[in-house]
Design a protein around this ligand. Structure first.
Ligand code: SF4
Length: 206
C-alpha cells in the first residue's frame, strides 16, 4: 500500500540530480510479458518519460529468471512475503515450482535497488513477481479464481528492505509524484489509489 507521507516528503528532483525510480520493465513498454508482449500501455507511468528529472531503472524479474516467452505463474498458499519465508510457493500453470528462481530474481531486483540508491519503485501489481497490493490467490485461470491483498515476491523483497512501492494504478499517489517532478502540475484531487477503487472496495468487503 502506498505511503503518501513518504511521497509528500520526496525531494524536488533536478535534471542534474534526477529522482531514481525502479520500474517493472513492462510498464515502460518492454515486451517482457509471458507471451512476449507488454500487457498494454500504462500512460500513468509512460508520461514520466517526458521528464528529465527522473531516472528509470527498469527490470523484469521473470524475464531475468525464466526468459520470454514463458509460462504464467501464481502464488499458492500465501503471498510474496510467505514465499520468501518458505511458507508459500510460486507455481506455473502446469505445476512447475518456480519459487527458488523467483526468490533469486527478487534478490537481483533488490540489488539493483540498493546499488542505485532507488528512491521509489513503480510496479505492475497483480503479478506474482511485481505485485505490490493485490495478487491472485492461487491459479488465476481457475474457474473460482480468487484475489488476495498482498505483494508478489519481488514487491515483498523490496518492501522488506524498506523501499517504497506504488503501482501504475495508485493514481492519488502518482498525482503527488507528478507534483514533485513538475512544478506546474495541478494535483487532481479526484484521483484515487487502488484501495479506493469500486472493485477493490466491493471485492474485499464482501
Ligand atoms: S515480471 Fe514484472 S516486469 Fe516482468 S512482465 Fe511481469 S509484471 Fe512486468
Amino acid at each position: 500500500m502506498p505511503d503518501k507521507e513518504y511521497l509528500k516528503n520526496l525531494r524536488i528532483p533536478t535534471k542534474e540530480d534526477p529522482l531514481r525510480i525502479l520500474v517493472s520493465a513492462c510498464l515502460l513498454g518492454v515486451k517482457c510479458g509471458v507471451n512476449g508482449d507488454n500487457y498494454g500501455e500504462y500512460l500513468s507511468v509512460l508520461k514520466l518519460l517526458n521528464y528529465e528529472n527522473i531516472k528509470f531503472f527498469q527490470f523484469c524479474p521473470e524475464d531475468f529468471a525464466f526468459g520470454t516467452p514463458r509460462e504464467m505463474c501464481d502464488i499458492y498458499g500465501g503471498n510474496g512475503l510467505d514465499v520468501l519465508e518458505g511458507k508459500a510457493r510460486v507455481l506455473t500453470t502446469s505445476g512447475i515450482d518456480w519459487s527458488e528462481k523467483m526468490i533469486a530474481a527478487s534478490k537481483k531486483m533488490l540489488q539493483i535497488a540498493q546499488d542505485n540508491d532507488i528512491e521509489l519503485a513503480i510496479m505492475m501489481d497483480v503479478s506474482a513477481a511485481c505485485g505490490n497490493h493485490v495478487i491472485y490467490d492461487g491459479n488465476r485461470y481457475a474457474e473460482n479464481k480468487k484475489y488476495q491483498i498482498g505483494m508478489g515476491v519481488c514487491g515483498a523483497q523490496l518492501h522488506k528492505a524498506g523501499f517504497n512501492i506504488i503501482s501504475w494504478r495508485e493514481y492519488e499517489s502518482l498525482e503527488i509524484l507528478y507534483s514533485k517532478i513538475d512544478p506546474d502540475h495541478q494535483i487532481d484531487a479526484s484521483a484515487k489509489d487502488f484501495d479506493q477503487d469500486e472493485w477493490f472496495q466491493k471485492y474485499f468487503t464482501k
